[in-house]
Design a protein around this ligand. Structure first.
Ligand code: T46
Length: 139
């Protein structure tokens, strides 16, 4: 689907000098690891079971969603086709560009969704009404 794609982020796993694991490190640099300047970062935590969020599109905003812990499902649609992406790997991002409807659901207990955004928060960039969204993408 245009304007939606998975990004493989770096996953640095370097043992200490005795060969013991030290865990994973994922660096994210703007315009290198994500395709935009990062102007805003936010995260979703403690989302109750059976709770869905999103239900909107953005006119211009680009974002990368990363599940830092647990797993989360993201439904994306361009108004014609839809797809469900499962995020569970902290070294994987989901790029969502302009005019993509998104819904986030099935947050596992303790899950954390980190979002990197190309713009500051601007409510006028949101399309929160699905019929309006469909009218916009069909124009
Ligand atoms: C998106 C998905 C993945 C702010 O004041 N600043 C912010 O940067 C954000 C993101 C939200 N807010 C306020 C606006 C609302 O009063 O926080 C409240 C909850 O926002 P919203 O209902 O839009 O949250 P989600 O989880 O439905 O959607 C969010 C982002 O808004 C959206 O851009 O793509 O996460």
């Amino acid at each position: 689907m245009k304007n939606v794609r998975k990004l493989q982020l770096r996953d640095i796993v370097d043992p200490d000098n005795l060969g013991r694991p030290r865990g994973h490190l994922t660096p994210i640099e703007e315009l290198t690891d994500v395709p935009f300047d990062i102007k805003r970062v936010y995260y979703l935590t403690r989302v109750p079971e059976n709770t869905s969020r999103g239900y909107h599109s953005h006119k211009k905003l680009e974002q990368v969603l990363i599940c830092l812990n647990g797993n989360i499902k993201i439904k994306v649609s361009d108004g014609k086709t839809e797809d469900v992406v499962v995020l569970s790997d902290p070294a994987e991002g989901l790029y969502i560009g302009p005019m993509i409807w998104r819904e986030m659901f099935d947050f596992s207990p303790g899950s954390v969704l980190l979002v990197l955004a190309s713009e500051h928060y601007d409510e006028s960039d949101y399309i929160r009404d699905y019929d309006e969204y469909l009218r916009c993408v069909q124009e």
